[in-house]
Design a protein around this ligand. Structure first.
Ligand SMILES: Cc1ncc(COP(=O)(O)O)c(C=O)c1O
Length: 381
């Protein structure tokens, strides 16, 4: 049996809702299923305002516009993230300032943020790697002290909680992903959460190509016109129908995925205890959405051997990100690999394990058995 890195889950109602959305003949953004998704998210999680977008990438681009980033501004973000986080900054003409990570979670090292703030800093963009919320209490306090906004890249952390509050509620804005690799998927999709009421009206303009169409829909204007910059930041209602089926099943999805975390923890913890590798350390005030699981090997060679030996057994863990600061684009901004040293070093030793909801029902034992054999081969125990 092949164990892929990822496979999207079907909760069972996707086809019914998709057919319904098709037959409604109202397929574009902000229609019935979008409204259902938004209502569910606001009621269940207490988000400020929700804008469904074509991706998390689009949500962050919209967030960067809403933060009024402009050329010369600086934005602090981890190097250990996807290109989308940095692109949202660069597309506004602003400069990404890369921060190192805390190896316990691979999230931004909050002790380093203040040292990177200059008079040009406008925004902090932390990401919740693996669905582990970053330390938003500390980040929010720093932002407040320096009068900065926070846009949380919560691509991976939908339905994770920090101090009892869901990801998406902690920052000025947050961006979620509903890409097929995430816990909830509609193929490609995302959401921008806007928690500052002062930003909500403008967010609606940006989402609708810079027009005030939202005011026409509310009956406040007879005609709409071009009032701002913007783009087409809307998720088609057809995809919102698929997303709604997934949102309804979120508790079941997270429960199934928790079995995978437990399986990996039981297998790998004895090796961590012996000092062969390191595992994520989940802070006590966190409730996890079980999005992913990483292992940091003792050496680069063991990372490579682990990946190969797993592949030989038809199991497909994945190396994950390449650091942004030492990428082709990062170097264009003047970065050298040694400037973000923890990220640079750990990127050669980290592996993300296969993680998808169906694995809990089929294949988990096979996957664990294969990895047990690989670890035995690597460490002789
Ligand atoms: C941290 C982070 N941000 C953004 C994205 C992009 O999400 P999307 O594919 O929905 O644009 C990803 C994708 O995996 C991600 O890991």
């Amino acid at each position: 049996m092949t164990i892929p890195f990822n496979k999207p889950y079907l909760s069972g109602r996707e086809e019914e809702y998709l057919r319904d959305a098709l037959q409604s003949r109202a397929h574009c953004g902000n229609r019935t299923y979008t409204e259902k998704c938004i209502r569910l998210m606001k009621e269940k999680y207490g988000f400020g305002e929700v804008f469904l977008t074509p991706s998390c990438t689009a949500a962050m681009e919209m967030g960067a516009m809403l933060a009024d980033l402009s050329p010369g501004d600086e934005v602090i973000l981890p190097s250990w993230t996807f290109s989308s986080t940095a692109n949202a900054v660069v597309l506004r003409g602003a400069k990404p300032v890369f921060c190192d990570v805390d190896p316990k979670t691979m999230n931004i090292d909050v002790t380093l943020i203040e040292g990177l703030i200059t008079e040009r800093t406008r925004l902090i963009m932390p990401i919740d790697y693996m669905g582990i919320p970053c330390d938003m209490d500390v980040i929010s306090a720093i932002a407040q002290r320096h009068n900065l906004m926070v846009l949380e890249d919560a691509a991976q952390s939908f339905h994770s909680y920090l101090n009892g509050n869901p990801c998406g509620t902690h920052a000025t804005m947050a961006a979620f992903s509903f890409h097929e690799s995430k816990n909830l998927s509609c193929g490609e999709g995302g959401a921008l959460i806007v928690n500052d009421p002062a930003l909500v009206e403008r967010a609606a303009f940006l989402q609708e190509k810079g027009t005030d169409r939202s005011l026409v829909i509310k009956g406040l204007r007879a005609k709409y016109g071009w009032v701002d910059i913007g783009s087409s930041f809307l998720l088609a209602d057809l995809l919102a129908a698929v997303l709604f089926a997934q949102l309804e099943a979120v508790d079941e999805i997270v429960t199934l995925r928790s079995r995978i975390t437990a399986g990996y923890y039981d297998l790998y913890q004895p090796y961590a205890d012996k000092g062969y590798l390191a595992l994520p350390i989940i802070p006590e005030n966190v409730l996890l959405n079980h999005h992913a699981y990483f292992v940091i090997f003792d050496t680069d060679e063991n990372q490579q051997r682990f990946l190969k030996l797993c592949r030989d057994r038809d199991v497909y863990p994945f190396r994950g990100y390449l650091p942004l600061h030492s990428s082709v684009m990062g170097r264009k901004f003047g970065y050298q690999p040694e400037e973000v040293p923890m990220t640079e070093a750990l990127s050669e030793r980290i592996v993300r394990l296969p993680f998808y909801t169906d694995l809990a029902n089929e294949g988990l034992e096979i996957c664990l058995e294969a990895m047990r054999a690989v670890l035995q081969e690597l460490y002789g125990c």
